[in-house]
Design a binder for this molecule. Structure first.
Ligand SMILES: [Mg+2]
Length: 353
């Protein structure tokens, strides 16, 4: 008979951490996040509790984000543990793999899409650069722009912007140049083709998230992707006879939480210590509880509650929410000051502290 120290431990729970306003503010760890995460690993650095990051942010490939987070937080984070707003765009590969698409947002939106396997993608920045004066105030923009020749568009079959029809537009992360992007997206979405062409049906438009506001490095909330969507939609609907059609991903969409549960189950069976009863063979079993730790009641808490069992919502006071009590509209199952306090609560409740 063999006794394992881990026999009593069943990882029938998992954790999803929001990033902005919970783990980081800008690039700075907050709320004791490095210490809190370290408690989810065993002595030799193995993952003890299945957890992932569930953020509406993005703009860089999951592989790169996992590396950045590992360095900032001092633990080894795998790319599969990073679920960003745009991660579900992967599921649209079948539809658009070989079609001409455009992508916008901070960071490297075309690289993100090409890492998912999309073969003909241009950033809106690069697409716009083929049309002289498409942005009428371009010459007044004093920030540094990237010469087309230096753009990091990954090698791919070249797109011919003068003849290829755009089959879809993706807003991957917060756009940097709202004015140019609204202009170019209105052009493309109205014509389904070259700017100024006759009206045709609108190509599909996808947003990675729909947060109106979020907590970044500035002390008060900043306008998010949902604010950009509102601006684009409002302008488009004024200049086009048909209303804008679009699909938004990201929290609070229950789809995101169901997808997170599926990923946590894979982590549970591949990484956790619960192998004692199967001679080392791993087996996943249903989660009793999944904890969502977030700072935004209308995004993190609303999403967990709408999804229902097995989600349990924990609201921190380090980001969007700063109240003394609980949020009035979307009250969380638990309110704590910091993510460290949240992890402490979870580990005590699950009897593994
Ligand atoms: Mg947040």
């Amino acid at each position: 008979m063999r006794f394992l120290a881990t026999t009593s431990f069943r990882c029938d729970f998992g954790i999803a951490f929001d990033i902005d306003g919970v783990i980081l503010r800008g690039p700075v760890p907050i709320g004791g996040s490095p210490q809190a995460l370290r408690r989810l690993y065993g002595n030799s650095g193995e993952l003890k509790v299945p957890y992932l990051f569930l953020t509406n942010g993005g703009g860089i490939p999951e592989t790169k984000r996992a590396k950045e987070l590992s360095e900032l937080l001092g633990v080894n984070i795998m790319p599969s543990q990073v679920v960003q707003g745009h991660s579900p765009f992967r599921n649209l590969l079948k539809k658009f793999e070989n079609e001409f698409i455009i992508a916008t947002g901070k960071g490297d939106p075309a690289l993100v899409m090409s890492e998912y396997g999309f073969k003909k993608v241009l950033s809106v920045e690069e697409y716009a650069s083929y049309f002289e004066n498409i942005d009428p105030v371009f010459q007044y923009k004093r920030w540094k722009t990237t010469p087309i020749s230096d753009m990091k568009t990954p090698s791919m079959p070249r797109c011919d912007v003068s003849s290829d029809r755009i089959k879809a537009a993706f807003v991957v992360s917060d756009p940097v140049d709202w004015g140019r992007d609204i202009q170019v997206l209105c052009d493309v979405l109205r014509s389904g083709n070259l700017p100024g062409d006759a009206n045709r049906s609108q190509p599909p438009l996808y947003f990675a998230a729909d947060d109106l506001e979020y907590q970044a490095a500035f002390p008060t909330k900043r306008l998010g992707l949902g604010a950009f969507r509102t601006a684009l939609e409002s302008i488009f609907n004024r200049i086009n006879p048909k209303s804008l059609e679009y699909v938004s991903y990201g929290k609070p969409n229950p789809f995101v939480f169901k997808n997170a549960e599926a990923i946590l189950r894979q982590l549970q069976s591949s990484s956790c210590l619960d192998h004692s009863e199967n001679n080392g063979m791993s087996e996943s079993h249903p989660f009793r509880t999944l904890y969502m730790i977030g700072d935004n009641p209308s995004v993190d808490i609303k999403g967990a509650q709408q999804t229902g069992h097995p989600w349990f919502s924990i609201l921190t006071r380090t980001g969007v929410f700063r109240g003394n009590d609980n949020d009035a509209e979307f009250p969380a199952d638990l309110v704590v000051d910091t993510v460290e306090e949240a992890v402490d609560f979870i580990l005590k409740r699950e009897c593994i502290s």
